[in-house]
Design a protein around this ligand. Sequence first.
Ligand code: KE4
Length: 427
Amino acid sequence: MTSKELFERAQIFIPGGVNSPVRAFKSVGGTPVFFREAKGSIMIDVEGKEYIDFIGSWGPMILGHSYPPVLDALKNAADRSTSFGAPTELETNIAELICEMMPGVDKVRMVNSGTEACMSAIRVARAYTDREKFIKFEGCYHGHADAFLIKAGSGAITLGVPNSPGVTSGTAKDTLLARYNDLAQVEEILTNNKDEVAAIILEPVAGNMGCIPPKEGFLEGLRKLCDQHGVVLIFDEVMTGFRLSAGGAHKRFNIQPDMVCMGKVIGGGLPVGAFGGKEEIMNMVAPLGPVYQAGTLSGNPLAMSCGYTLLKELNDDPAIFEALEEKTAYLEKGMRQVFDKYNLKVCINRLGSMISFHFNIDEVVNFDDACAADADYFKKVFHGMLKRGVYLAPSAFETLFIARTHSKELLDKTIQALDETIQEIEA
Ligand code: KE4
């Protein structure tokens, strides 16, 4: 069957034909590609067409798809049952490794998604501070828990309103919104909500409005404000964790958050999430502390085995991160040369192995900028590249992920495909 036929069939039984909205190509149009298998940085669709993959399952495939050691760990674990619902040494091993790799984590609790990690971290921070409100940033995504599906209300940006039906105004009132990279606004919100804010949660490098690195001093400023106001600083490193360094963004920037949310890489592609942080905060979590949090499949042996295998290699071989930096810088340079060749105004944002590009705009430092970029041009580029066998994220509000398996040959092919695509669009 073709992707088109499979998509028609999928829509009979699955809302929108997908199990996560971004996969439906809604923001770029066209029919989503159905895949059959992937190895390294190549994905093969149901019709046998090959694509150079820049999604990497949205981050986990940092060492490429079907990475043999990960597959071996999976098969090995599966032979001994797929789940116990009881403690295993595997969970302690990966928890110990995460605490070793992440400076901001003394203790960690496994969950089953990034959403669960972020919603649990907010609950713990509220209990720890005995406060109810928290600040998030417009354009940052922390999963689909009600408290995060909030958009800026009319007028003062800080008044949150539900961003999805089903989210109540009661929930929205405790979520305050600020502009990413706008420290002054955060200070104003804290002043206007004195002693009411439990936490500030953010992606230390934003990856859900395209890639937006923190401005100089932004993270340091948030740390200082949190110390001044007794607020828990939560870094959502579901995407950046173990990607921007062996200890995530906070190790790279040398900033100490109070809590860290994790996901993606720590499961090697299997369903996983985790939240961790300072011992005194994490000791609030049941059964040790009063904050209830639980999960039937939390710490699942398959996910733990795959995640541990990946993390161990990332921790043992720092050269991986240098290689990822070089590959992504090479890709950025090639893309810039193509955009300059056609005199296109494009903002390329990159940090480590996260890269994105926004058209017809000089710089993108927050969500407003990302929204002002030319999404139609992005659509054309997306489909031009897809046609030429390059699978970019099907949304201008996503980040591309580079893997160790993106060889120079594959990157050159990508740059060539971009040149042909832009030439075709500009003709
Ligand atoms: P999940 O619940 O989807 O495992 O994780 C939510 C999440 C939390 N925090 C950050 C920084 C994230 O990027 C995510 C999920 N990332 C998106 C990609 N932008 C997942 C893709 C999707 O929704 O299908």
